[in-house]
Write a protein that binds this ligand. Structure first.
Ligand code: NA7
Length: 536
């Protein structure tokens, strides 16, 4: 029966975001009996949940879109340099519809456990509703920033007014007009939403633990001609994206920041700044991410920009990041963020000087004062990279729990597979470039690799694939070594797990570059899946 077919699968994909949808399409094209389960009521993943005011992608829309279908590229027309969350969600819904994906997705279904049976070489997956699904392959397309994190401060349940997390914004929207609003968190979500929330609120207090580096996005409507030009050159552009370092083609820098005069350096940073993107300043010189001395020049440039925008010098200094090198926490793009603090009704509280103590019935208390507010927005981020994977009770060979195996930090072969967890794939898993790249480029790379691997196994009569521990150890060591050549491990960032109390301090992403990484995983596949044990 149809119901049985839904419970006896070749492949089960968890998540109907950009990864899960494309994975569904490719595995269905391969002829597999495949389904997607998704906790939300609709497709979109990140773009389904993050509906806070001002939510946008920080990668330009012409680059942040699927490349697998030239027809899709031609028929979809982006309207702004940076796409808003509603526009991206419309795009994702269009893709789901166009490729007839919805019929194989079960919504409002959360996977709670997945247990590998070594004899049948299949996974038994259980959902929150008690459904049991039997599948050969299990593909976690659960996202890198999908499990939200509350601030670790007591008392939230006591607060009399409404509270919101940017990562779970109500679909009907919220209007803060006339209210006194408290916002905790100044990462990308805070920086994007604060200027808009400030337009609504009567009084707004922003609680900042760590200031971030942000640049003006320079967002604008796209001109018809530039869209037409891109549509004409998409194939070349896509190839360049895939070969690039961050999934966004940029000219490779040739000089050290220390080999040029201060005058030339400032001019170059200014040119990068004027591009209004995440890579302009970051890739101006070869050593921004590897030498503290070089990095200081970029950081100093951005701090001077902040000082020039904020009228009150004390507020300006509070907004200037000094505790980590530029770029080692994800930089932000904004529209009027710093200028917001020039409004009389917007106040900034420095939690480094006056730590957050508790949330009370009527507001937020720091070591210094209690701030009465009518509503609170938590822009406090996510249990990144590993949170969505360890939230499911995944058990591999010998009943070993993934959570246990990752007790001291994630261990993964290529960010795609975990030794001892056969027939399990993680799309943009930890120790792949993922979050250090234009995500959709990394997503397509992984989805296609997984699809090819499954096709290969079927062609060769194998029923099981498992990474070897040696290959995994080698990859983990390589990721660490490459990371240690950079300044990333010196920052307290979500890349390092430091935003979640108790999370092991490990650099969870691969900074070797999207292009070189793609070459490596392709080579591994071409060599008959080097580092994996295939068996029938
Ligand atoms: P982020 O970038 O993790 O930002 C979260 C913010 O919330 C950041 O300023 C945190 O300060 C702050 N925070 C978190 N916990 C607390 C507590 N307990 N007390 C005070 N302040 C806290 O999340 P976003 O949602 O903004 O962005 C996530 C990614 O999405 C972004 O990097 C892009 O890749 C897209 P901290 O810096 O930890 O001191």
């Amino acid at each position: 029966t149809e119901a049985d077919e839904d419970r006896q699968l070749d492949a089960l994909i968890v998540g109907a975001g950009l990864s899960g949808l494309y994975q569904l399409k490719t595995l269905r094209d391969l002829g597999l009996n495949v389904r997607v389960v998704e906790a939300a009521k609709g497709v979109g993943g990140t773009w389904y949940w993050n509906r806070y005011p001002g939510a946008r992608c920080d990668v330009e829309s012409l680059s942040y879109s699927y490349s697998f279908s030239p027809e899709l590229e031609q028929e979809w027309t982006w309207t702004e340099k940076y796409p808003t969350q509603p526009e991206i969600l419309r795009y994702v819904e269009h893709v789901a519809d166009r490729f007839d994906l919805l019929r194989d997705i079960s919504f409002e279904t959360r996977v709670t456990s997945a247990v590998y049976d070594e004899r049948s070489k299949r996974w038994t997956v259980t959902t929150g509703g008690g459904d049991v699904i039997d599948t050969q392959f299990l593909i976690m397309a659960t996202g890198c920033l999908s499990v939200s994190k509350a601030p670790e401060v007591p008392g939230a349940e006591r607060f009399q007014g409404p509270t919101y997390h940017t990562g779970h914004w109500p679909h009907e929207g919220v209007d803060f007009t006339g209210m006194r609003l408290g916002v905790i968190g100044t990462g990308s979500s805070g920086i994007q939403s604060i200027p808009i929330l400030a337009e609504q609120a009567r009084e707004m207090t922003v609680f900042q633990r760590t200031p971030n580096f942000s640049m003006p996005a320079g967002n604008r409507p796209l001109a018809a001609q530039e869209v037409a030009d891109m549509k004409e050159n998409y194939r070349e552009w896509r190839a360049a994206q895939r070969a690039s370092g961050f999934g966004v083609p940029v000219p490779a820098p040739t000089e050290s920041a220390m080999d040029v005069s201060e005058h030339d350096r400032t001019a170059k940073y200014q040119a990068g700044w004027d591009q209004g993107n995440l890579v302009g300043v970051l890739t101006a010189y070869t050593d921004t991410l590897t030498s503290k001395e070089a990095n200081d020049t970029a950081a100093g440039f951005v701090r001077d920009k902040i000082r020039s925008k904020v009228h009150d010098p004390e507020v300006a200094e509070t907004l200037c990041p000094t505790s980590f090198p530029y770029g080692t926490k994800r930089p932000c793009l904004d529209t009027g963020y710093y200028e917001t603090f020039n409004s009389d009704h917007v106040h900034l509280v420095d939690l480094r000087k006056t730590p957050l103590q508790e949330i009370t019935e009527s507001g937020i208390r720091t070591s210094e004062a209690e701030y009465e507010v009518d509503a609170i927005v938590f822009a406090t981020g996510f249990d990144a990279m590993t949170g969505a994977l360890t939230a499911v009770d995944i058990r591999g060979r010998g009943g070993v729990a993934l959570k246990e195996k990752w007790g001291e930090g994630p261990r993964s072969y290529l960010g795609l597979a975990v030794a001892g967890f056969p027939n399990l794939f993680t799309i943009t898993g930890p120790s792949s470039p993922s979050v250090l790249s234009n995500m959709i480029v990394s997503i397509e790379q992984h989805v296609e690799w997984v699809t090819d691997a499954i096709a290969y196994l079927r062609e060769h009569g194998h029923t099981e694939i498992d990474a070897t521990t040696e290959a995994e150890d080698g990859w983990v060591a390589h990721v660490e070594e490459v990371g240690n050549h950079t300044l990333y491990p010196t920052a307290d960032s979500w890349y390092m797990g430091s935003n979640v109390p108790g999370k092991p301090r490990v650099f969870m992403a691969y900074i070797g570059g999207v292009g070189p990484y793609a070459d490596r995983i392709t080579e591994i596949a071409d060599n008959g899946y080097e580092g994996f044990t295939l068996s029938s």
